[in-house]
Design a protein around this ligand. Sequence first.
Ligand code: NAD
Length: 487
Amino acid sequence: MNLSFDPDKIALPVGHFVGGELIAAEGAIEMRRPSDGKAYAACPVAGADMVDRAVESAKAVLKTSNWGGVRPRERTRTLQAWADLIEAQAETLARMEALCSTRPVAQLVAGDIAITAEQIRFFAEFADKEGSELAPTDDTTLGMIMSEPYGVVGAITPWNFPISMAGWKLGPALAAGNAVVLKPSEMTPFSAVYLAQLAVEAGLPAGLINVVLGDGPTTGTALTGHTEIGKVSFTGSTRAGSAIMENVARTGVKPMTLELGGKSPQLVFADADLDKAAAAIAGSVTFNAGQACVAGTRLIVEKRVADQLIAAILEKMTAVQPGPTWNEATQYSPIISERQRARVDGIVRAAAAAGGECLTGGGVMDDPGYFYEPTLIANVDQANPAIVEEIFGPVLTVQTFETEDEALALSSHPTYGLASGLFTTDLSRTIRLARKLEAGTVWVNRYSRSRDHILPTGGYKRSGIGKDLGREAYLANRRTKSVLISL
Ligand code: NAD
Protein backbone atom coordinates (compact mmCIF):
# COMPACT_ATOMS: atom_id res chain seq x y z
CA MET A 1 0.00 0.00 0.00
CA ASN A 2 1.34 3.43 -0.95
CA LEU A 3 0.79 6.06 1.74
CA SER A 4 1.87 9.05 -0.38
CA PHE A 5 -0.95 11.50 -1.13
CA ASP A 6 -1.86 14.78 -2.75
CA PRO A 7 -2.11 17.41 0.00
CA ASP A 8 -4.53 19.54 -2.02
CA LYS A 9 -7.14 16.78 -1.89
CA ILE A 10 -7.51 16.33 1.85
CA ALA A 11 -10.68 17.47 3.61
CA LEU A 12 -10.17 18.78 7.14
CA PRO A 13 -12.75 19.10 9.96
CA VAL A 14 -12.41 22.86 10.48
CA GLY A 15 -14.41 23.80 13.54
CA HIS A 16 -14.89 23.18 17.24
CA PHE A 17 -16.28 19.82 18.28
CA VAL A 18 -18.74 20.31 21.10
CA GLY A 19 -21.53 18.01 22.29
CA GLY A 20 -20.72 15.59 19.49
CA GLU A 21 -21.17 18.19 16.74
CA LEU A 22 -18.73 19.97 14.49
CA ILE A 23 -19.39 23.67 14.94
CA ALA A 24 -18.08 25.58 11.96
CA ALA A 25 -16.38 28.83 12.90
CA GLU A 26 -14.64 31.58 11.06
CA GLY A 27 -10.90 31.04 10.79
CA ALA A 28 -8.70 33.62 12.46
CA ILE A 29 -5.16 32.26 12.36
CA GLU A 30 -3.59 31.62 8.97
CA MET A 31 -2.12 28.13 8.65
CA ARG A 32 0.68 27.16 6.29
CA ARG A 33 1.93 23.69 5.45
CA PRO A 34 5.40 23.18 6.96
CA SER A 35 6.42 21.00 4.00
CA ASP A 36 5.95 23.66 1.31
CA GLY A 37 4.84 26.87 3.00
CA LYS A 38 1.49 26.94 1.20
CA ALA A 39 -1.47 28.49 3.07
CA TYR A 40 -4.19 25.85 3.44
CA ALA A 41 -6.62 26.79 6.21
CA ALA A 42 -7.37 29.23 9.00
CA CYS A 43 -7.75 28.13 12.60
CA PRO A 44 -10.82 29.45 14.45
CA VAL A 45 -10.27 30.90 17.93
CA ALA A 46 -12.80 29.89 20.57
CA GLY A 47 -13.68 32.68 22.97
CA ALA A 48 -14.82 32.27 26.57
CA ASP A 49 -18.41 31.59 25.43
CA MET A 50 -17.43 28.61 23.26
CA VAL A 51 -15.15 27.24 26.01
CA ASP A 52 -18.06 27.62 28.43
CA ARG A 53 -20.34 25.74 26.06
CA ALA A 54 -17.80 22.91 25.80
CA VAL A 55 -17.42 22.66 29.59
CA GLU A 56 -21.20 22.68 30.05
CA SER A 57 -21.54 19.96 27.42
CA ALA A 58 -18.92 17.85 29.23
CA LYS A 59 -20.64 18.35 32.60
CA ALA A 60 -24.05 17.49 31.15
CA VAL A 61 -22.90 14.27 29.50
CA LEU A 62 -21.19 13.10 32.69
CA LYS A 63 -24.64 13.26 34.29
CA THR A 64 -26.70 11.77 31.48
CA SER A 65 -24.26 8.99 30.58
CA ASN A 66 -22.96 8.36 34.12
CA TRP A 67 -19.58 7.73 32.44
CA GLY A 68 -17.75 7.87 35.77
CA GLY A 69 -20.22 5.53 37.46
CA VAL A 70 -20.93 2.83 34.88
CA ARG A 71 -19.45 -0.62 35.32
CA PRO A 72 -15.73 0.10 34.76
CA ARG A 73 -15.41 -2.75 32.27
CA GLU A 74 -17.88 -0.88 30.06
CA ARG A 75 -15.52 2.08 29.97
CA THR A 76 -12.71 -0.31 29.06
CA ARG A 77 -14.67 -1.84 26.21
CA THR A 78 -15.87 1.47 24.77
CA LEU A 79 -12.38 2.94 24.83
CA GLN A 80 -10.98 -0.17 23.20
CA ALA A 81 -13.58 0.14 20.42
CA TRP A 82 -12.34 3.70 19.91
CA ALA A 83 -8.74 2.45 19.71
CA ASP A 84 -9.80 -0.12 17.10
CA LEU A 85 -11.48 2.58 15.03
CA ILE A 86 -8.41 4.82 15.25
CA GLU A 87 -6.36 1.96 13.85
CA ALA A 88 -8.92 1.23 11.15
CA GLN A 89 -8.88 4.91 10.10
CA ALA A 90 -5.12 5.28 10.50
CA GLU A 91 -4.55 6.35 6.91
CA THR A 92 -7.23 9.06 6.94
CA LEU A 93 -5.95 10.33 10.26
CA ALA A 94 -2.34 10.20 9.07
CA ARG A 95 -3.14 12.24 5.95
CA MET A 96 -4.82 14.99 7.97
CA GLU A 97 -1.93 15.07 10.39
CA ALA A 98 0.85 14.90 7.80
CA LEU A 99 -0.71 17.74 5.83
CA CYS A 100 -0.68 20.16 8.78
CA SER A 101 2.25 19.04 10.90
CA THR A 102 5.89 18.02 10.72
CA ARG A 103 5.14 14.32 11.01
CA PRO A 104 5.85 12.21 7.89
CA VAL A 105 2.92 10.05 6.83
CA ALA A 106 4.70 6.68 7.11
CA GLN A 107 5.99 7.47 10.61
CA LEU A 108 2.46 8.46 11.61
CA VAL A 109 0.92 5.17 10.53
CA ALA A 110 3.65 2.91 11.92
CA GLY A 111 4.45 5.06 14.96
CA ASP A 112 2.31 7.87 16.35
CA ILE A 113 -1.12 6.42 15.46
CA ALA A 114 -0.38 2.77 16.19
CA ILE A 115 1.15 3.76 19.54
CA THR A 116 -1.75 6.07 20.41
CA ALA A 117 -4.30 3.31 19.79
CA GLU A 118 -2.28 0.94 21.95
CA GLN A 119 -1.91 3.52 24.73
CA ILE A 120 -5.68 4.08 24.78
CA ARG A 121 -6.09 0.30 25.21
CA PHE A 122 -3.42 0.34 27.92
CA PHE A 123 -5.22 3.06 29.92
CA ALA A 124 -8.63 1.49 29.30
CA GLU A 125 -7.40 -1.58 31.19
CA PHE A 126 -6.88 0.45 34.36
CA ALA A 127 -10.59 1.27 34.57
CA ASP A 128 -11.51 -2.01 36.27
CA LYS A 129 -8.19 -2.71 37.95
CA GLU A 130 -7.33 0.39 39.96
CA GLY A 131 -9.78 1.49 42.62
CA SER A 132 -10.57 2.42 46.16
CA GLU A 133 -8.80 0.92 49.17
CA LEU A 134 -9.78 -0.09 52.66
CA ALA A 135 -7.60 1.61 55.24
CA PRO A 136 -6.01 -0.32 58.11
CA THR A 137 -7.96 1.17 61.06
CA ASP A 138 -8.92 -0.35 64.43
CA ASP A 139 -11.94 -2.65 64.68
CA THR A 140 -14.32 0.06 65.89
CA THR A 141 -14.11 1.89 62.57
CA LEU A 142 -14.06 1.23 58.86
CA GLY A 143 -11.78 3.51 56.87
CA MET A 144 -12.07 3.77 53.11
CA ILE A 145 -9.93 5.67 50.64
CA MET A 146 -12.43 6.22 47.86
CA SER A 147 -11.07 6.95 44.41
CA GLU A 148 -13.17 9.19 42.14
CA PRO A 149 -12.80 11.02 38.84
CA TYR A 150 -12.36 14.80 38.85
CA GLY A 151 -15.25 15.47 36.49
CA VAL A 152 -14.12 17.66 33.59
CA VAL A 153 -10.42 17.71 32.72
CA GLY A 154 -9.12 20.66 30.70
CA ALA A 155 -6.29 19.50 28.44
CA ILE A 156 -3.93 21.56 26.29
CA THR A 157 -1.45 20.05 23.84
CA PRO A 158 1.47 21.20 21.63
CA TRP A 159 2.04 20.85 17.88
CA ASN A 160 5.08 18.56 17.80
CA PHE A 161 3.26 15.19 18.05
CA PRO A 162 -0.38 16.28 17.88
CA ILE A 163 -2.07 12.87 17.88
CA SER A 164 0.25 11.32 20.45
CA MET A 165 -0.06 14.27 22.79
CA ALA A 166 -3.87 14.22 22.51
CA GLY A 167 -3.78 10.48 23.26
CA TRP A 168 -1.58 10.98 26.33
CA LYS A 169 -4.23 13.31 27.76
CA LEU A 170 -7.45 11.66 26.57
CA GLY A 171 -6.59 8.00 27.32
CA PRO A 172 -6.02 8.21 31.08
CA ALA A 173 -8.58 11.00 31.70
CA LEU A 174 -11.42 9.09 30.02
CA ALA A 175 -10.45 5.69 31.42
CA ALA A 176 -10.47 7.28 34.88
CA GLY A 177 -14.09 8.35 34.35
CA ASN A 178 -13.68 12.01 33.39
CA ALA A 179 -14.91 14.07 30.46
CA VAL A 180 -12.37 16.22 28.61
CA VAL A 181 -12.28 19.62 26.98
CA LEU A 182 -9.18 19.56 24.79
CA LYS A 183 -7.47 22.54 23.21
CA PRO A 184 -4.93 21.33 20.65
CA SER A 185 -2.24 23.63 19.31
CA GLU A 186 -3.54 26.28 16.94
CA MET A 187 -0.88 25.10 14.48
CA THR A 188 -2.11 21.48 14.26
CA PRO A 189 -5.69 21.28 15.58
CA PHE A 190 -7.62 19.13 13.11
CA SER A 191 -6.42 15.62 13.93
CA ALA A 192 -7.77 16.09 17.47
CA VAL A 193 -11.19 16.98 16.07
CA TYR A 194 -11.15 13.85 13.95
CA LEU A 195 -10.07 11.73 16.96
CA ALA A 196 -13.08 13.08 18.85
CA GLN A 197 -15.41 12.35 15.91
CA LEU A 198 -14.11 8.77 15.84
CA ALA A 199 -14.76 8.48 19.59
CA VAL A 200 -18.45 9.26 19.08
CA GLU A 201 -18.59 6.80 16.19
CA ALA A 202 -17.06 4.16 18.47
CA GLY A 203 -19.77 4.64 21.08
CA LEU A 204 -18.31 7.17 23.53
CA PRO A 205 -21.10 9.48 24.68
CA ALA A 206 -21.29 12.62 22.54
CA GLY A 207 -19.87 15.49 24.59
CA LEU A 208 -17.43 13.36 26.55
CA ILE A 209 -14.61 14.70 24.37
CA ASN A 210 -15.00 18.32 23.32
CA VAL A 211 -12.34 20.04 21.24
CA VAL A 212 -12.07 23.81 21.22
CA LEU A 213 -9.73 25.36 18.68
CA GLY A 214 -7.76 28.48 19.35
CA ASP A 215 -4.62 30.09 20.67
CA GLY A 216 -3.12 30.19 24.17
CA PRO A 217 -3.96 33.74 25.27
CA THR A 218 -7.67 33.54 24.32
CA THR A 219 -8.85 29.92 24.29
CA GLY A 220 -6.18 28.42 26.55
CA THR A 221 -6.63 31.12 29.19
CA ALA A 222 -10.42 30.70 29.14
CA LEU A 223 -10.03 26.95 29.58
CA THR A 224 -7.44 26.87 32.37
CA GLY A 225 -9.27 29.65 34.23
CA HIS A 226 -12.69 27.98 33.96
CA THR A 227 -14.06 27.35 37.44
CA GLU A 228 -15.93 24.17 36.43
CA ILE A 229 -12.75 22.39 35.29
CA GLY A 230 -11.60 19.86 37.90
CA LYS A 231 -8.05 19.55 36.69
CA VAL A 232 -5.67 21.00 34.10
CA SER A 233 -3.41 18.74 32.09
CA PHE A 234 -0.90 20.63 29.95
CA THR A 235 1.96 19.75 27.62
CA GLY A 236 3.99 22.54 26.09
CA SER A 237 6.72 25.02 26.82
CA THR A 238 7.90 25.98 30.29
CA ARG A 239 6.97 29.58 29.46
CA ALA A 240 3.32 28.66 28.78
CA GLY A 241 3.33 26.32 31.81
CA SER A 242 4.27 29.29 34.03
CA ALA A 243 1.53 31.44 32.47
CA ILE A 244 -1.00 28.67 33.11
CA MET A 245 0.09 28.35 36.76
CA GLU A 246 -0.42 32.10 37.18
CA ASN A 247 -3.84 31.99 35.56
CA VAL A 248 -4.95 29.00 37.62
CA ALA A 249 -3.72 30.69 40.81
CA ARG A 250 -5.57 33.88 39.91
CA THR A 251 -8.86 32.25 38.94
CA GLY A 252 -9.04 29.59 41.65
CA VAL A 253 -6.72 26.78 42.67
CA LYS A 254 -6.95 23.46 40.85
CA PRO A 255 -4.64 20.49 40.37
CA MET A 256 -2.31 20.52 37.38
CA THR A 257 -0.11 18.17 35.44
CA LEU A 258 2.53 20.09 33.50
CA GLU A 259 4.76 18.41 30.91
CA LEU A 260 7.19 21.10 29.84
CA GLY A 261 10.41 21.74 27.98
CA GLY A 262 13.74 19.95 28.00
CA LYS A 263 17.42 20.28 27.12
CA SER A 264 18.49 16.72 27.61
CA PRO A 265 22.11 15.52 27.84
CA GLN A 266 23.56 12.33 26.39
CA LEU A 267 26.67 11.10 28.23
CA VAL A 268 28.98 8.80 26.30
CA PHE A 269 31.85 6.98 28.02
CA ALA A 270 34.83 5.47 26.16
CA ASP A 271 33.73 1.91 26.99
CA ALA A 272 30.39 2.31 25.16
CA ASP A 273 29.47 0.74 21.82
CA LEU A 274 30.22 3.91 19.87
CA ASP A 275 28.43 2.90 16.67
CA LYS A 276 25.22 2.24 18.55
CA ALA A 277 25.64 5.45 20.53
CA ALA A 278 26.19 7.46 17.33
CA ALA A 279 23.03 6.04 15.75
CA ALA A 280 20.93 6.76 18.85
CA ILE A 281 22.32 10.29 19.26
CA ALA A 282 22.01 11.31 15.60
CA GLY A 283 18.53 9.75 15.53
CA SER A 284 17.39 11.67 18.57
CA VAL A 285 18.23 15.09 17.10
CA THR A 286 17.05 14.40 13.57
CA PHE A 287 13.80 12.60 14.50
CA ASN A 288 11.00 15.12 13.84
CA ALA A 289 13.91 17.54 13.13
CA GLY A 290 14.64 17.76 16.84
CA GLN A 291 11.14 18.96 17.65
CA ALA A 292 10.71 16.60 20.57
CA CYS A 293 10.60 17.55 24.24
CA VAL A 294 13.02 14.73 25.10
CA ALA A 295 15.43 15.35 22.17
CA GLY A 296 18.93 14.57 23.41
CA THR A 297 20.48 17.80 22.25
CA ARG A 298 23.59 18.02 24.45
CA LEU A 299 26.27 15.44 23.70
CA ILE A 300 28.79 15.07 26.51
CA VAL A 301 31.51 12.63 25.46
CA GLU A 302 34.71 11.29 27.02
CA LYS A 303 37.57 13.19 25.41
CA ARG A 304 39.60 10.25 24.15
CA VAL A 305 36.77 8.92 21.96
CA ALA A 306 35.26 12.29 21.03
CA ASP A 307 36.73 12.53 17.50
CA GLN A 308 35.68 8.98 16.63
CA LEU A 309 32.13 9.46 17.94
CA ILE A 310 31.67 12.88 16.34
CA ALA A 311 32.76 11.50 12.95
CA ALA A 312 30.19 8.69 13.21
CA ILE A 313 27.42 11.11 14.29
CA LEU A 314 28.25 13.55 11.49
CA GLU A 315 27.99 10.78 8.92
CA LYS A 316 24.52 9.83 10.17
CA MET A 317 23.23 13.36 10.66
CA THR A 318 24.19 14.46 7.17
CA ALA A 319 22.65 11.38 5.54
CA VAL A 320 19.06 12.41 6.29
CA GLN A 321 16.95 13.39 3.27
CA PRO A 322 14.31 16.07 3.67
CA GLY A 323 11.00 15.62 1.93
CA PRO A 324 7.35 16.62 2.19
CA THR A 325 5.45 14.89 4.96
CA TRP A 326 3.00 13.52 2.38
CA ASN A 327 5.63 11.37 0.66
CA GLU A 328 5.84 7.87 2.02
CA ALA A 329 9.64 7.80 1.78
CA THR A 330 10.20 10.99 3.81
CA GLN A 331 12.10 10.60 7.05
CA TYR A 332 13.43 14.09 7.77
CA SER A 333 10.80 16.64 8.83
CA PRO A 334 10.46 20.36 8.23
CA ILE A 335 10.26 22.84 11.12
CA ILE A 336 6.66 23.67 12.05
CA SER A 337 6.68 27.31 10.87
CA GLU A 338 8.85 29.97 9.32
CA ARG A 339 8.84 31.81 12.63
CA GLN A 340 10.04 28.77 14.57
CA ARG A 341 12.74 28.13 11.97
CA ALA A 342 13.93 31.73 12.29
CA ARG A 343 14.11 31.21 16.06
CA VAL A 344 16.24 28.06 15.60
CA ASP A 345 18.52 29.93 13.20
CA GLY A 346 18.76 32.88 15.59
CA ILE A 347 19.98 30.67 18.44
CA VAL A 348 22.49 28.92 16.17
CA ARG A 349 23.87 32.32 15.11
CA ALA A 350 24.02 33.51 18.71
CA ALA A 351 25.84 30.28 19.60
CA ALA A 352 28.41 30.94 16.87
CA ALA A 353 28.81 34.54 17.98
CA ALA A 354 29.56 33.25 21.49
CA GLY A 355 32.41 31.08 20.15
CA GLY A 356 30.55 27.97 18.97
CA GLU A 357 31.95 26.18 15.92
CA CYS A 358 29.48 24.60 13.48
CA LEU A 359 30.87 21.21 12.43
CA THR A 360 27.94 20.71 10.08
CA GLY A 361 24.76 22.57 9.13
CA GLY A 362 23.92 25.89 10.69
CA GLY A 363 21.53 27.17 8.07
CA VAL A 364 18.11 26.95 6.47
CA MET A 365 17.75 24.51 3.58
CA ASP A 366 17.10 25.74 0.06
CA ASP A 367 13.53 24.49 -0.15
CA PRO A 368 10.05 26.07 -0.13
CA GLY A 369 9.34 24.04 3.05
CA TYR A 370 10.65 25.15 6.43
CA PHE A 371 13.60 22.74 6.54
CA TYR A 372 16.69 23.35 8.66
CA GLU A 373 20.03 21.62 8.26
CA PRO A 374 21.02 19.06 10.88
CA THR A 375 23.53 21.04 12.92
CA LEU A 376 26.38 20.07 15.23
CA ILE A 377 28.08 22.78 17.30
CA ALA A 378 31.37 22.33 19.17
CA ASN A 379 33.34 24.73 21.40
CA VAL A 380 30.45 25.62 23.65
CA ASP A 381 30.62 26.42 27.35
CA GLN A 382 27.74 26.21 29.85
CA ALA A 383 26.77 29.83 29.13
CA ASN A 384 26.51 29.38 25.35
CA PRO A 385 22.96 30.02 24.06
CA ALA A 386 22.97 26.62 22.33
CA ILE A 387 23.47 24.99 25.74
CA VAL A 388 21.09 27.20 27.70
CA GLU A 389 18.08 27.46 25.35
CA GLU A 390 15.65 24.73 24.35
CA ILE A 391 16.11 25.19 20.58
CA PHE A 392 13.44 22.74 19.39
CA GLY A 393 15.26 22.08 16.14
CA PRO A 394 17.88 19.64 14.75
CA VAL A 395 20.76 21.13 16.70
CA LEU A 396 23.24 19.08 18.74
CA THR A 397 26.04 20.54 20.85
CA VAL A 398 29.15 18.63 21.86
CA GLN A 399 31.23 19.01 25.02
CA THR A 400 33.97 16.73 26.32
CA PHE A 401 35.00 15.45 29.75
CA GLU A 402 37.81 13.46 31.34
CA THR A 403 36.23 12.34 34.62
CA GLU A 404 32.81 11.09 35.66
CA ASP A 405 32.39 14.09 37.94
CA GLU A 406 33.04 16.45 35.06
CA ALA A 407 30.49 14.60 32.94
CA LEU A 408 27.90 14.88 35.69
CA ALA A 409 28.58 18.57 36.23
CA LEU A 410 28.18 19.29 32.51
CA SER A 411 24.98 17.26 32.32
CA SER A 412 23.18 19.38 34.90
CA HIS A 413 21.05 22.13 33.36
CA PRO A 414 19.93 25.14 35.41
CA THR A 415 16.36 24.97 34.08
CA TYR A 416 15.50 21.60 32.61
CA GLY A 417 15.53 17.97 33.76
CA LEU A 418 13.31 16.05 31.37
CA ALA A 419 15.40 13.15 30.06
CA SER A 420 19.00 11.98 29.79
CA GLY A 421 20.99 9.36 27.93
CA LEU A 422 23.88 7.31 29.23
CA PHE A 423 26.12 5.15 27.07
CA THR A 424 28.48 2.83 28.95
CA THR A 425 29.03 -0.89 29.50
CA ASP A 426 30.11 -0.41 33.12
CA LEU A 427 27.25 -1.63 35.31
CA SER A 428 28.34 0.13 38.50
CA ARG A 429 28.70 3.42 36.65
CA THR A 430 25.27 2.92 35.11
CA ILE A 431 23.59 2.58 38.50
CA ARG A 432 25.69 5.35 40.07
CA LEU A 433 24.83 7.84 37.35
CA ALA A 434 21.21 6.75 36.95
CA ARG A 435 20.85 7.75 40.61
CA LYS A 436 22.60 11.08 40.18
CA LEU A 437 21.26 12.35 36.85
CA GLU A 438 18.70 15.08 37.47
CA ALA A 439 16.01 13.99 35.03
CA GLY A 440 12.65 12.25 34.99
CA THR A 441 13.95 9.65 32.52
CA VAL A 442 17.35 7.99 32.12
CA TRP A 443 17.85 5.90 28.98
CA VAL A 444 20.87 3.62 29.06
CA ASN A 445 22.50 2.42 25.82
CA ARG A 446 19.45 3.70 23.90
CA TYR A 447 17.76 7.04 23.45
CA SER A 448 14.09 6.43 22.93
CA ARG A 449 10.95 5.19 24.61
CA SER A 450 9.98 1.57 24.20
CA ARG A 451 6.36 0.58 23.65
CA ASP A 452 6.03 -0.25 27.36
CA HIS A 453 3.47 2.37 28.25
CA ILE A 454 3.83 1.58 31.94
CA LEU A 455 6.98 3.74 32.21
CA PRO A 456 5.85 7.24 33.22
CA THR A 457 7.29 10.29 31.52
CA GLY A 458 7.74 13.72 33.05
CA GLY A 459 10.27 16.24 34.19
CA TYR A 460 12.46 17.25 37.09
CA LYS A 461 13.14 20.94 37.72
CA ARG A 462 11.23 23.31 35.39
CA SER A 463 10.54 20.47 32.96
CA GLY A 464 7.28 19.84 34.70
CA ILE A 465 5.04 18.60 37.47
CA GLY A 466 3.50 15.12 37.45
CA LYS A 467 3.64 12.41 34.81
CA ASP A 468 2.08 11.31 31.57
CA LEU A 469 1.93 7.60 30.70
CA GLY A 470 2.15 4.78 33.20
CA ARG A 471 -0.01 4.08 36.22
CA GLU A 472 0.86 7.54 37.51
CA ALA A 473 -1.00 9.18 34.63
CA TYR A 474 -4.13 7.16 35.36
CA LEU A 475 -4.00 7.96 39.08
CA ALA A 476 -3.38 11.65 38.31
CA ASN A 477 -6.82 11.71 36.73
CA ARG A 478 -8.52 10.55 39.92
CA ARG A 479 -8.77 12.10 43.37
CA THR A 480 -9.28 10.36 46.71
CA LYS A 481 -11.80 10.87 49.45
CA SER A 482 -11.30 9.48 52.96
CA VAL A 483 -14.42 7.94 54.49
CA LEU A 484 -14.35 6.89 58.16
CA ILE A 485 -17.32 4.99 59.63
CA SER A 486 -17.82 4.33 63.33
CA LEU A 487 -19.14 0.80 63.70
P1 NAD B 1 3.60 26.16 23.59
O1 NAD B 1 3.81 26.21 25.05
O2 NAD B 1 3.85 27.38 22.79
O3 NAD B 1 2.10 25.73 23.27
C1 NAD B 1 1.57 24.52 23.78
C2 NAD B 1 0.07 24.66 23.89
O4 NAD B 1 -0.21 25.61 24.91
C3 NAD B 1 -0.61 25.17 22.64
O5 NAD B 1 -1.86 24.54 22.51
C4 NAD B 1 -0.80 26.66 22.94
O6 NAD B 1 -1.86 27.24 22.25
C5 NAD B 1 -1.07 26.61 24.42
N1 NAD B 1 -0.76 27.83 25.17
C6 NAD B 1 0.23 28.71 24.95
N2 NAD B 1 0.19 29.70 25.88
C7 NAD B 1 -0.85 29.41 26.70
C8 NAD B 1 -1.42 30.05 27.84
N3 NAD B 1 -0.92 31.16 28.33
N4 NAD B 1 -2.49 29.47 28.44
C9 NAD B 1 -3.01 28.32 27.98
N5 NAD B 1 -2.52 27.69 26.89
C10 NAD B 1 -1.46 28.21 26.26
O7 NAD B 1 4.46 24.91 23.08
P2 NAD B 1 4.62 24.38 21.59
O8 NAD B 1 5.54 25.32 20.88
O9 NAD B 1 3.29 24.06 21.01
O10 NAD B 1 5.34 22.97 21.85
C11 NAD B 1 6.69 22.87 22.10
C12 NAD B 1 6.97 22.80 23.59
O11 NAD B 1 6.26 21.69 24.15
C13 NAD B 1 8.42 22.55 23.88
O12 NAD B 1 8.84 23.35 24.94
C14 NAD B 1 8.44 21.07 24.27
O13 NAD B 1 9.54 20.69 25.07
C15 NAD B 1 7.15 20.92 24.97
N6 NAD B 1 6.73 19.52 25.03
C16 NAD B 1 6.86 18.84 26.21
C17 NAD B 1 6.52 17.49 26.29
C18 NAD B 1 6.68 16.72 27.58
O14 NAD B 1 6.17 15.60 27.67
N7 NAD B 1 7.36 17.26 28.58
C19 NAD B 1 6.03 16.83 25.16
C20 NAD B 1 5.92 17.55 23.96
C21 NAD B 1 6.27 18.90 23.91
